[in-house]
Design a protein around this ligand. Structure first.
Ligand code: NAP
Length: 279
């Protein structure tokens, strides 16, 4: 039976440390501040933005919401980001994705000043850890650390190469001295590749994609996937029931990687506030 790595427990630790840092900043007259930009009224984005604002409130981080209409132009959005980049009281800027189709996401996220990019989209992993890291992959690294698992010297396989999860995940594992393979939709004989992995990370976006025959005995299996089944139930990218008996550690869905993303966003915001106020 595999040991479960529960994101809630790890996130609680991260949030506790972030709260301590917020208190220290407040004591020195610095109020960490996160600006969230929401374009349009996608209901799922609304829910995510509200969750982020609630978490900020819980920790004593000031949160500002900027709501633009769905028909806002790229210029309007870039102008707002430019203003927030120049506002010294704002330490973190987050533009909730996805954006309406007429807006360029890459152009938008790259417009955020690097030191305020709490989503970590502009980070250069090669910066030696100075940049803010993308929240979900950074959350996975925290989970591994919490469970006492070091990627050092291990064969790590990431399924997925998106800019938000797969690529930065691979770079973080590489930075932690893992021997990393990145798989994608064109990978030939995927099961043969994934079966080599000591640490297998699934970031595919397909329910129960990773089956038992794709997993080496005793592997650490991290499921980043969040998918909805036909019945509306949350499902990961890993066929949990079949894979769990083979794994040494595994993350469940829900309750695995999910809670880490928002916790890492809070950590990044506090880090940004510290760096910008040099406290
Ligand atoms: P994405 O942009 O759609 O990327 C999916 C990746 O999976 C792509 O690189 C794609 O390859 C690869 N892929 C698709 N089919 C494949 C196949 N048959 N074999 C091998 N690789 C395949 O998705 P994402 O944004 O990275 O998100 C991945 C999952 O993580 C989603 O379920 C998402 O909801 C979840 N997620 C969770 C959190 C969290 O907080 N827990 C945060 C972000 C994302 P190609 O590049 O070749 O197309």
């Amino acid at each position: 039976m595999a040991t479960l790595i529960r994101g809630k427990e790890v996130a609680a630790e991260v949030l506790k440390a972030a709260k301590n840092d917020v208190d220290a900043l407040l004591a020195q007259g610095v109020m960490p501040c996160l600006a969230v930009i929401l374009v349009g009224d996608d209901p799922a984005s609304r829910v995510y933005v509200n969750k982020k604002k609630e978490k900020c409130e819980e920790l004593g981080i000031r949160s500002l919401e900027y709501k633009l209409p769905a028909e806002a132009t790229q210029e309007e959005l870039l102008r707002l980001i430019g203003e927030l980049n120049g506002d010294k009281s704002v330490h973190g800027i987050l533009c909730q994705l996805p954006l309406p189709k007429h807006l360029d996401e890459q152009l938008t996220v790259r417009a955020v000043a690097r030191e305020k990019d709490v989503d970590g989209f502009t980070c250069l992993i090669s910066s030696g850890g100075e940049d803010l890291m993308p929240c979900t992959p950074a959350g996975v690294m925290e989970m591994l650390k919490f469970a006492g698992i070091s990627p050092r010297g291990k064969k790590c396989c990431v399924i997925g190469r998106s800019n938000i999860v797969g690529k930065p995940m691979a770079m973080l594992l590489l930075g932690a001295d893992g021997t990393v393979t990145v798989c994608h939709s064109k990978t030939e004989n995927l099961p043969a590749v994934t079966r080599e992995a000591d640490i297998l990370i699934a970031a595919v976006g397909k329910p129960r994609f990773v089956t038992a025959d794709m997993v080496k005995d005793g592997a650490v299996v991290i499921d980043v996937g969040v998918n909805r089944g036909a019945d509306g139930k949350l499902l990961g990218d890993v066929d949990f029931d079949a894979v769990e008996p083979k794994a040494s550690y595994i993350t469940p869905v829900p309750g695995g990687v999910g809670p880490m993303t928002i916790a890492m966003l809070m950590k990044n915001t506090v880090r940004a506030a510290k760096a910008q106020s040099r406290v």
